[in-house]
Design a protein around this ligand. Structure first.
Ligand code: AMP
Ligand code: GLY
Length: 421
């Protein structure tokens, strides 16, 4: 079966690497892909949000299935378009992807279903929001309603910072239409963790839990990024907690989506805070996380293509999903300056020097004539490894990273460190 993966990050490289192991895979395509996906699949020069051309490519190349990485294409209706054209695809429709693309929609869903989340109030007027924030004690969380490339949430440590965040979103409109509505939310404290699940709209099968590290520097210092590393599983997250999250959060969410006339199929990602009162939702995403996917997919023993086909055919209940007990760690190598401005086009050296059991998932990379593989984005690579325990997985990753180099390369040295002391 020919399969198309939409996207070009390390998450999509990890998806391609896993799908490639399926005995049923025919030709594998990635659009637009990167230098890493080019070594195991055929890259198509089509942007991830060019959904019309993606549908045309799926028809022309007789794709049996398309799998979507990034949220933008989902929100733009790639799944709706493929369904209209009779093309098989895994992921939520644009209406269902609102669970990620509208935090107000997600809040309404959680309220209807009694899903535990931070208390919050929605505003569409700047003055009303400002008045409310002036009456709230800090810390306080300000969230833009719509997609904002991971920058729409400010955890404000002071009232002044909260007011500035409100002004940025609602007056200066730094997120455009995404900031027309804002949620002012209670600040939760606890450990942060993600539990993702496969779902066909009825059955919900959880994956293994994972954590990501969002801040750019060790010790959770510096600005937020798309994610600087991840690991699975966090040691405090046991099977009983998974059952609790499935029962109190994931299953009610999927049931509520169906009741609202927007059934959700694909991968549902619950970003959670483990508070003293139990797990509460910070956000839902409508897709695999990046870099979570790079630490979760290596642990998956079941054929990912079988799982995806079962989702597309609404028979996920018939698939037994197995995971390796061995933990996995993934560390992101980023361009100098990221998440701020950075230069691209630096040659990447030493990619051939890593050990065979170490995974190097590419993100912002491309092949340049004469230069070989060069940097082409902020997050450049995720280096991942499994081990019999977390310490061994970390050791493998951190032993291998120094063999790879490019000008300006930086990475966090403390990914999953708190899991091993
Ligand atoms: P998001 O962009 O929705 O993933 O949010 C970014 C980050 O903001 C999350 O990973 C949390 O660390 C933090 N966050 C979001 N909502 C809250 C909240 N209510 N209380 C504390 N931290 C939060
Ligand atoms: N790692 C968080 C996300 O993919 O949104």
């Amino acid at each position: 079966m020919n399969v198309l993966i939409v996207g070009g990050g390390a998450r999509e490289h990890a998806l391609a690497w896993k799908l490639k192991q399926s005995p049923r895979i025919g030709e594998l395509f990635v659009a637009p892909g990167n230098a890493g996906t080019a070594t195991i699949a055929r890259n198509l020069d089509i942007a991830a949000n060019d959904i019309e051309r993606l549908a045309a490519a799926a028809r022309a190349r007789k794709m049996g299935l398309t799998i979507v990485g990034p949220e933008g294409a989902l929100a733009d209706g790639i799944v709706d378009l493929f369904h209209e054209q009779g093309l098989a695809i895994v992921g939520p429709t644009s209406g269902a992807a609102r669970i990620e693309s509208s935090k107000v929609f997600a809040r309404d869903l959680m309220r209807r279903k009694g899903i535990p989340a931070a208390a919050g109030v929605v505003f569409d007027s700047y003055l009303a929001a400002k008045g409310y924030v002036e009456s709230c004690p800090a810390p306080i969380v300000i969230k833009a309603d719509g997609l904002a490339a991971g920058k729409g949430v400010v955890v404000a440590q002071s009232r002044g910072q909260a007011l500035q965040a409100l002004k940025d979103a609602m007056e200066t409109k730094v997120f455009g239409a995404s900031g027309e509505k804002v949620i002012v939310e209670e600040c939760l404290s606890g450990r942060e963790v993600s539990l993702l699940a496969f779902t066909d709209g009825a059955t919900v099968t959880p994956m293994v839990p994972a954590c990501d590290h969002k801040r750019v520097f060790a010790g959770d210092q510096g600005p937020n990024t798309g994610g600087m590393g991840s690991f699975s599983p966090p040691r405090f997250f046991d099977a009983s907690l998974t059952r609790t999250v499935v029962r109190t959060i994931l299953e009610p969410a999927i049931a509520g989506m169906a009741e609202a006339g927007t059934p959700f199929a694909g991968v549902l990602y619950a970003g959670l805070m483990l508070t003293e009162e139990g797990p509460k939702v910070l956000e839902f995403n409508a897709r695999f996380g990046d870099p979570e996917a790079q630490a979760i997919l290596p642990r998956l023993k079941t054929d990912l293509l079988e799982i995806c086909l079962a989702i597309a055919r609404k028979r996920l209940a018939s698939v037994e999903i197995e995971w390796s007990p061995d933990p996995c760690v993934g560390v992101v190598l980023a361009s100098g300056g990221y998440p701020g401005n950075y230069e691209k086009g630096f040659p990447i050296f030493g990619l051939e020097k890593t050990d065979p059991d170490v995974l190097v998932f590419h993100a912002g990379t491309r092949v340049a004539p004469d230069k070989g593989v060069v940097t082409d984005g902020g997050r450049v690579l995720t280096v991942a490894a499994m081990g019999h325990n977390m310490a061994e997985a970390r050791r493998k990753v951190y032993d291998n990273i120094p063999r790879i180099n490019f000008s300006g390369c930086h990475y966090r040295k403390d990914i999953a460190l708190a899991e091993v002391d």
